[in-house]
Design a binder for this molecule. Structure first.
Ligand SMILES: C[S@@+](CC[C@H](N)C(=O)[O-])C[C@H]1O[C@@H](n2cnc3c(N)ncnc32)[C@H](O)[C@@H]1O
Length: 372
């Protein structure tokens, strides 16, 4: 089978067999939510004697830890084979299984990039009151090997999502409930449906629009639903026909991402061409001796021919000179300094944007023609 034939479809069957039939080196990301092997030996009741919905499905039963480890080894090897050389994998689990999974991942060559803790904003209480409330699950985020040079991490997108502060490895998100929960008759369609918010974050962090994501334990298709909304492609593997039907109708009811790529992609700093003050002088936008103003007119600096500024007896880059006049550790000189546009003060950043618009395209055309 080719990757095009199976893109945005669910394959029914045992993932151990299916993974071997997938084209090698084909997926940009994997999200795996495998059986937990909870090993519950009795039903759990709330104080009001109603039974707690827990996971006692056949798919979560294994004969022994050895049996579980063999299963884990096989699906992880299958995933590794299907991953592109610049792909990453996310595996989610609880204390019941995640340590075993993590050890096996390291044993077969995966290199762990982070463990991300999903802190459940509204966890189920510990009804027996004999242990701590289980309020989190762990996600392992890994690349294929230690030597893998490239992988996607959308640092700026994560920062933006986190109110412009670096995203941390503890994500507080509510469990899946309310209208998001897939229902079957009166009850839950699946006992362990993950919240879409969790998938959105993993997908936004480690893929780009148009990428293709594999989920070998598809369940209700949360990965496919989030991927479709974010303009990514997906493939699901699942062996339970009822879950597949739920996942299909769930994903079919989503209209899909808008064609505007800009909405789903946060440009990284590398996407912007590097421009210096020296470039603006060379382009004739500024001249040595020009005066720049900053801090609401409190600071001023003179432009030097080499693209540095002299401010208050200090000579340095626009950033360092801006920091100096404010006695600050850091400063974004493009925003701090203003130039005079016919008497009107305008941020230096506007000249940089003008340069990117007017000069850089001409430069790229020249390179295309083979000029030096
Ligand atoms: C923890 S659930 C995943 C739930 C899913 N993330 C969601 O949000 O709905 C694990 C799923 O894997 C499926 N499964 C278990 N063993 C499997 C196997 N060997 N091959 C394919 N699917 C399997 C189960 O039927 C179950 O739906």
């Amino acid at each position: 089978m080719t990757i095009h034939e199976i893109t945005n479809t669910i394959l029914e069957g045992d993932c151990i067999q299916l993974l071997d039939t997938l084209p090698e080196n084909s997926f940009d990301m994997i999200f795996a939510d495998p059986p937990y092997f909870l090993q519950l030996d009795r039903d759990l009741y709330r104080p009001n004697q109603t039974k707690v919905d827990s996971v006692d499905e056949a798919w979560d039963r294994f004969d022994s830890f050895e049996d579980y480890d063999n299963f884990t080894l096989r699906w992880l090897n299958g995933c590794r084979r299907a991953m592109k050389d610049d792909a990453t994998i996310w595996v989610i689990g609880s204390y019941h299984n995640i340590f075993r999974v993590g050890k096996i991942m390291q044993d077969i060559g995966f290199w762990i990039l982070n463990d991300v803790i999903w802190v459940k904003a509204n966890p189920m209480p510990n009804f027996n009151g004999v242990r701590f409330t289980n309020a989190h699950e762990t996600m392992i985020w890994a690349k294929k090997s230690r030597g893998q040079k490239r992988y996607t991490f959308n640092y700026q997108a994560m920062k933006m999502l986190n109110g412009e502060k670096q995203m941390r490895s503890d994500w507080e998100l509510p469990i899946c409930s309310g209208s998001e929960r897939e229902r079957n008759g009166g009850g839950k369609a699946h006992p362990t449906q993950k919240p879409e918010s969790l998938l959105r974050r993993a997908i936004l962090a480690s893929t780009n629009p148009g990428d293709i994501i594999l989920d070998p334990f598809f369940g209700t298709g949360t990965t496919g639903a989030a991927a479709k909304k974010l303009g990514r492609n997906w493939v699901g593997l699942e062996r339970n026909a009822e879950y597949i039907a739920t996942a299909r109708s769930r994903i079919d009811s989503i209209s899909g991402a808008l064609p505007d790529r800009e909405l789903y992609h946060t440009p990284s700093r590398r996407d912007f061409p590097r421009v210096t003050l020296g470039n603006l002088i060379e382009a004739g936008y500024l001249h040595e001796g020009d005066l720049l103003c900053g801090g609401g007119g409190k600071a001023s600096a003179k432009v030097c021919a080499d693209g540095s500024l002299i401010a208050d007896g200090f000579r340095g880059s626009i950033h360092r000179a801006g920091a100096h006049v404010q006695s600050a550790r850091q400063c974004n000189g493009w925003v701090f300094w203003n130039y005079s546009d016919g008497g009107e003060l305008r941020p230096l950043d506007e000249l940089r944007e003008k340069y990117v618009r007017e000069i850089i395209p001409a430069d790229s055309e020249k390179q295309g023609e083979g000029s030096v």
